[in-house]
Design a protein. Structure first.
Length: 155
């Protein structure tokens, strides 16, 4: 009888350790590599395609965000602190926004050259980064922007 009670206690202890480990892993869901859709997909047109799927993106410091670009879009990632309201809709140069170029972390591939692609962007420092579609109408009219929050991994 004493042996079965001892075994039951061990089973409960092992179960508790397993649950604690599972909860600890669930507490840190921030990934080192994230996939984000830049455009709703090749089977969509117009405004339905002019969006970033995941407006709030989280990645660990040292991580990569893979932007899967569908259609005529250009990924621009700005340094920490830049906000959508920092841009002037009257300052658009034809098709593209092309503003605050000295404050970009990443300027994506021109959609004139290649419309469907994957662009991997590395984030080495914690903070919040603005991501926009550099096509004027997509950014200013369709509000095609998102934020990448880069988090320091816990030890």
């Amino acid at each position: 009888m004493k042996g079965s009670k001892l075994m039951a206690m061990w089973r409960r202890a092992i179960l508790a350790i397993g649950l604690t480990a599972s909860l600890a892993m669930a507490a840190e869901p921030i990934l080192k590599n994230v996939v984000v859709n830049f455009g709703a997909g090749l089977n969509t047109e117009g405004g339905a395609n002019n969006r970033i799927i995941r407006r709030q993106i989280e990645v660990r410091k040292g991580g990569v965000v893979n932007f899967v670009v569908s259609g005529f879009h250009q990924v621009f990632v700005y340094q920490r602190g830049i906000q959508p309201d920092d841009f002037d809709p009257n300052a658009c140069s034809d098709t593209f926004v092309n503003q605050r170029l000295d404050q970009t972390l990443y300027q994506g591939i021109s959609p004139v050259e290649n419309q469907n692609r994957v662009e991997a962007v590395y984030f080495g420092e914690p903070g919040t980064y603005l991501v926009i579609c550099n096509v004027c109408g997509h950014f200013f009219e369709d509000k095609m922007f998102a934020f990448v929050k880069v988090l320091q991994p816990s030890n």
